[in-house]
Structures are given as structure tokens and as C-alpha cells.
Design a protein around this ligand. Structure first.
Ligand code: NAP
Length: 287
């Protein structure tokens, strides 16, 4: 068996062009373009790259981005005060707080201060709670992007066993809630899981979100499984790789995402989609 690659790059490009068309049509009808406030705290080089890519994607589809670059020394009160101002600013539909934050800031407290209706990352407890209660509102971008890819390939969920490796608040946990909502039987593995291979071997849908290259061995993968690799790891030679042994896994899976070019581009596309939803443009977008 040779797996079919899920081309997140082209699927995301298609979604971005649909978003651009909706914004253009709204603007022609006299509506203002959606606005996204992007907050970047400190000097983490990877965060600067992610924010640059997100702002570029905004510009390409016609979302106005308001950029707030803040020193690493900023206090929690100052940051929360800025967020409160953005919460009541009518030109701002979405507030994106780039993570991670410097260690003196309490990430939970800061996320709590974002108006849930502007929480386009879908990290606020309100939005995660809505997803847990089967009434999703704004959904976490990466898991939402994975669901978009799975829907795109016509993935069946009911009666399938989905195994998620990784249980962080922003990726693994909302991913498990998305797959549960879709009707899969869900197992979540994490740092304390004993015998990871045992669970991975049962997965009809396998999603890894850990950040450890080669953690998931190809021989564990159930023949015919759908394999989604969210992990992004930079190797010593500068290349990017996921958590799963990609080349060997391709000989067992039916569908697989590459790294790069799989889930990554979808995360940014879903951020744009969430910004449109937060702006009240209620788009109907494929698939
Ligand atoms: P994180 O906060 O570090 O979470 C990693 C998770 O993996 C934790 O839940 C941890 O368990 C679990 N874990 C650690 N070692 C494990 C092991 N040996 N076996 C099973 N589980 C283990 O990271 P994250 O923010 O969720 O990101 C995960 C990966 O996805 C990273 O590579 C990140 O770069 C990537 N990512 C990609 C995108 C994208 O757009 N493609 C977006 C976001 C993140 P505990 O909870 O028990 O500590």
C-alpha cells in the first residue's frame, strides 16, 4: 500500500481564495473589511516568523491586521489592559495572542481576558467548553484545520477509533473533542501513557501532536489508517519533520499528511476563517 498524501498547502490555498472572495464581495456591499489584532510579546524568533506569516495571510485575503509588538518585560496588568481595549474596539473582530508568553505572565489569566466572541484562536475556556458541550462556537485553529482536511478526504468517523497522541490545551485536547463531536471513539495518549504502541496500533484515525521526531514508529500504524502529523520539529540540518516516521508510514497508511505542507498551512487558513466568523460574515465555505 502507498498512502495518498493530504496536500494541506493546496487545500489551504483554496480556502484562502474562498475567504478572499467573501471579503471582497462584502466590501463591495459597503461592509468594512474584518480586523484582526495580533499581539506579540517578547523576542521569540519562531513567534516572530509565525506572526509574520499570519499577517501576510491576512493581507492576501483582505483582513486588516493591527500589530501590537510588546516588550518581554510587559506586566500582566498592562497586557490585560490592552486586551480590554481591543475587546471594545469596533474595528477589531478578532484578538490573536501569539504563544508562548514570557514565563512571568500567566497564560491562562491573559487568555481569560479575551472577549470569547473575539477569541479567533479558540483557546478561551468558554470556546473550549462550547466544543465540549457539542455546541462549538469559535474553534481552535489547528484541530479545526485537521477536521477540515479529514472532511476534505471524506473521512468516516462513526464507528472509527481515533487515537490522539498529545494532550495540550491548544492542540491535543480540542482535537479529541472535535473527533468526539464527529462521532469517533476517542483515546488520548500523553506523557504518562504506558505502551504507546498498543494504542497507536488500534487507530483508524491517528493524530500526533507532541513535538518529538520519530516518536511514532511506522510499524505501529494500522494498515489503511488515516495518519495526521501535527508535530513540527526542526532537525540539526535545519529541515522540518513531524512526530511520525513519514516515509515508512506511507507504506502502511491510506492517507497521510506531510510535514511541512500538511496541517501547518491549515492552521493559518482556519485563523482567517474564524476572523470572518467573528466579524459576522457567516461564511459558507467548502468542504
Ligand atoms: P505541548 O504543549 O508541548 O504538548 C505536547 C503534548 O505531548 C503534551 O500533552 C505532552 O503530555 C505530550 N507528550 C510529551 N511526551 C510524550 C510522549 N512521550 N508520549 C505521548 N505524549 C507525550 O505542545 P503543543 O503546543 O501541543 O504542540 C505539539 C506539537 O505540535 C509541536 O511540535 C508543535 O510545534 C506542533 N504544532 C503544530 C501546529 C501546526 O499548525 N501544524 C500548531 C500547533 C502546534 P503531557 O500533557 O502529559 O505533558
Amino acid at each position: 500500500m502507498v498512502a495518498q498524501c493530504i496536500d494541506g498547502k493546496s487545500i489551504a490555498a483554496q480556502l484562502r481564495s474562498e475567504i478572499a472572495a467573501i471579503i471582497s464581495s462584502k466590501c463591495q456591499q459597503g461592509y468594512r473589511p474584518p480586523g484582526l489584532a495580533v499581539i506579540l510579546v517578547g523576542n521569540d524568533p519562531a513567534s516572530h516568523i509565525y506572526v509574520r506569516n499570519k499577517r501576510q495571510a491576512c493581507a492576501e485575503v483582505g483582513v486588516i491586521s493591527f500589530y501590537h509588538v510588546l516588550p518581554a518585560s510587559i506586566s500582566e496588568t498592562e497586557l490585560v489592559t490592552l486586551i480590554h481595549m481591543l475587546n471594545i474596539d469596533n474595528s477589531v473582530d478578532g484578538v490573536l495572542l501569539q504563544l508562548p508568553l514570557p514565563s512571568h505572565l500567566n497564560t491562562g489569566t491573559i487568555i481569560d481576558s479575551i472577549n470569547p466572541a473575539k477569541d479567533v484562536d479558540g483557546f478561551h475556556p468558554y470556546n473550549l467548553g462550547r466544543l465540549a458541550q457539542r455546541r462549538p462556537a469559535l474553534r481552535s485553529c489547528t484541530p479545526y484545520g485537521v477536521m477540515y482536511l479529514l472532511d476534505h478526504i471524506g473521512q468516516a468517523y462513526k464507528g472509527k477509533h481515533a487515537v490522539i497522541v498529545g494532550a495540550s490545551n491548544i492542540v491535543g485536547r480540542p482535537m479529541s473533542l472535535e473527533l468526539l463531536l464527529a462521532g469517533a471513539t476517542v483515546t488520548i495518549c500523553h506523557r504518562f501513557t504506558r505502551n504507546l504502541a498498543h494504542y497507536v496500533q488500534q487507530a483508524d484515525i491517528l493524530v500526533s501532536a507532541v513535538g518529538k521526531p520519530g516518536l511514532i514508529k511506522a510499524e505501529w500504524i494500522k494498515p489503511g489508517a488515516t495518519v495526521i502529523d501535527i508535530g513540527i520539529n526542526r532537525l540539526a540540518d535545519g529541515t522540518l519533520t513531524g512526530d511520525i516516521e513519514f516515509e515508512k508510514a506511507k507504506t502502511r497508511a491510506a492517507w497521510i499528511t506531510p510535514v511541512p505542507g500538511g496541517v501547518g498551512p491549515m492552521t493559518v487558513a482556519m485563523l482567517l476563517k474564524n476572523t470572518l466568523i467573528a466579524a459576522g460574515y457567516s461564511p459558507t465555505l467548502s468542504p
